[in-house]
Write a protein that binds this ligand. Structure first.
Ligand code: ADP
Length: 292
């Protein structure tokens, strides 16, 4: 059975974003300036990124039986993503991120996991690369990785939001992709290598990427762009990376492509809307000597 290039096991959220002069204190009401809703959640973002980068993608997750759930399911379907393992849990709300941003760009965010907290598939589709994040229960990710490993898939963990992870779980991750803050909470790259992770890709925003294996460590610079909104850059990177690994690229070439996708995502606002298409990513990646 060939299966999908990439199986994403992760979250879907509706982001409710309001802009206001200043953030309210406890017990206070302020009048907001604007309001908009955006599809989000790391699982959905990374699935869209992988699909636009050219992969066949299945998204495993859960939404509630509300209008937001139907909306997010539609976003995934419109991108050509398989949603046969995206379940609807009628007695939960769809995950929400309630985001307030003040004039200075400072934000305060409340995340309501809702249906994401109950993602517990008995089975996941077959895929060459299975990628997960930590916005769904850790036990679900661990079970998915065990199953994927047993079928010979490559498992990729994006440990976001940051969490401490047990050695036993790390042993089921082939590649871990933390940002510079998450890697510290994980105890550093040496600890990950000691516990059986074979490749670590540390993303450092505009400062580029470190690819850490034993015995070598290589730094790749970021592609020079003019960022307008860095939301979704990490998800663009992870989705694009998974798509190229599934296509059989060596790690460094896949990272170079992913870095181009991450850079492009910073040039447009939003997370889902800012994900770039394969031809644009390839054009930017080609401006640099291929990584070997
Ligand atoms: P996260 O959003 O998870 O913190 P990063 O900010 O590290 O992730 O971004 C992921 C990747 O996207 C980076 O490693 C880099 O390749 C690319 N990227 C992010 N910000 C920029 C930027 N300002 N300029 C160019 N590339 C960027």
């Amino acid at each position: 059975m060939r299966g999908f290039d990439v199986v994403v096991v992760g979250s879907l959220n509706l982001d409710l974003v309001t802009r206001t002069e200043r953030l309210p204190g406890p017990g206070e009401t302020v009048i907001g300036g604007s309001y908009a809703e955006f599809p989000g959640g790391k699982g959905l973002n990374q699935a869209v990124a992988a699909a636009r980068a050219g992969a066949s993608v299945a998204l495993v997750g859960a939404v509630g039986g509300d209008h937001a759930g139907a909306l997010l399911r539609g976003v995934a379907t419109d991108e050509g993503i398989d949603v046969s393992h995206l379940v609807t849990i009628d007695d939960e709300p769809t995950g929400r991120a309630i985001i307030s941003v003040d004039e200075a760009g400072e934000n305060s965010i409340i995340v309501v996991p809702g249906a994401n907290a109950r993602v517990a598939p008995r089975d996941i589709p077959v895929g060459r690369v299975v990628i997960a994040q930590l916005e769904i229960p850790l036990g679900t990710v661990a079970a998915a990785f065990r199953l994927a490993r047993g079928r010979g898939a490559t498992t990729v963990l994006n440990p976001a939001p940051a969490a401490e992870l047990a050695a036993e779980f790390l042993a089921s991750c082939d590649i871990v992709v933390p940002n510079e803050h998450e890697v510290v909470l994980l105890g550093g790259t040496d600890r990950l290598l000691d516990h059986g992770v074979s490749q670590i890709v540390v993303t450092r925003g505009g400062a580029g990427v470190d690819v850490v294996t034993r015995p070598s460590s290589i730094h790749l610079d970021a592609f020079p762009v003019d960022p307008v909104d860095t939301t979704g850059a990490g998800d663009a990177f992870c989705g694009a990376l998974a798509s190229r690994l599934a296509a059989g690229d060596p790690l460094l070439a896949a990272v170079q492509f992913a870095a181009a996708a991450g850079a492009l995502a910073t040039t447009k606002p939003g997370a889902v809307p800012s994900q770039a298409r394969r031809s644009d990513i390839e054009a930017l990646a080609a401006t640099r000597t291929p990584a070997t």
